[in-house]
Design a protein around this ligand. Sequence first.
Ligand SMILES: C[S@@+](CC[C@H](N)C(=O)[O-])C[C@H]1O[C@@H](n2cnc3c(N)ncnc32)[C@H](O)[C@@H]1O
Length: 380
Amino acid sequence: MATGVEEVDNILRETAELRIAVPPRRALDFGCGVGRLTQALCRHFDHCDGVDVATSMIAAARRIDAYPDRCSYHLNRSPDLRLFSEGSFSFIYSSLVLQHMHPDLACRYIRELIRVLAGDGVLVFQIPTAGHSSASDAQTSSCYPHPLPESALRATIAVSMAASRASAGEQVLITATVENSGTCTWPSSPSCNARYRIQMANRWLTPQGCVYQQDDGRCPLPRDLAPSDRIELTLLATAPGAQILELDMVPEDVCWFQAVGSTPARLWFDVLTPGSVSTPIIHPTHTPPVPRPIMRRPFRYRWPRTTDLLERLRLWGCLRSVRGWFRRDVRAGVSVSMDMCEVPRCTSENLIRDCHAELRAARTEIWDAGIHSTRYWVTK
Ligand SMILES: C[S@@+](CC[C@H](N)C(=O)[O-])C[C@H]1O[C@@H](n2cnc3c(N)ncnc32)[C@H](O)[C@@H]1O
């Protein structure tokens, strides 16, 4: 919470230095999490609203709210902010949020943030503008010339919740402790495009153990993980129906760890479809007793020399693309998880102009691994 106070104080100081006045009426913290920034905003504004997509975040934020008479937290699972009318807020802040969603959705929310901004208000939002697909990829791809050996693909995954409930279509944050039970270090990558990057991933199974939805959320490793080392990872999953959530690690473009013998973690979900009666299913264990769907051991581990040869002849990529038309066992590319996505600065500038708002300032910082993060100050 102390970091929230410092961040909000700095933002308001920078806004004052830009000679932009902020009326202290009502503030919105978009993507509030547990309220780190919302609580800090309460020190400066008559009323504050925090909005988040995750039930668990809103519940935690309400529990530790120190300003219950002046602060409201809202769960919002719509791709818009229709819960607020136009011009509702004199200050809007969003930090470390828009990077966790598809760029199209981020742009949609930026439009909404401008819509709910008052005529005399100020919007400040942050989003990465570059670095993932250019500088950082060049950097990380050299760290990923080959996938890890098969003996490295072993994980011990413990989900931090025993059973859960969600409405169909609801996004839920899934936290798990992951131990590297393999033979060598898993390298991290900040990029959501780097080939062979290691990520935690989830998919959904039916109670009979068949695959219901093959790909869902992703969470990349924020740091290298040595053998026997552990890390807590969180991904954003979307509940599709009454199903079992399965968590595993994936080196992208290679396979799920379970395809080479690692054991995934499974979690029962009681998913309520609209109109269904809420009858909780109580399951005593983290690992539902479903037969494991058979995943074939990847070709590259069965035939390493042939794969090497095909790679040297630059034929491997072509074969994989052709195969991709027929079968998809690993998703490449950007996910709805805690991967970082970027919106180029010119896109945000055009969008602000389209909404008849004024860009008053934009400041870019360079994070680790060359990621450029830009903060925009917008008025109407
Ligand atoms: C890294 S946390 C940052 C929390 C807070 N802004 C802070 O800086 O302490 C990202 C938050 O964004 C939320 N989030 C992701 N997608 C969202 C969406 N579509 N609408 C609202 N919140 C979202 C997540 O649930 C999570 O709480």
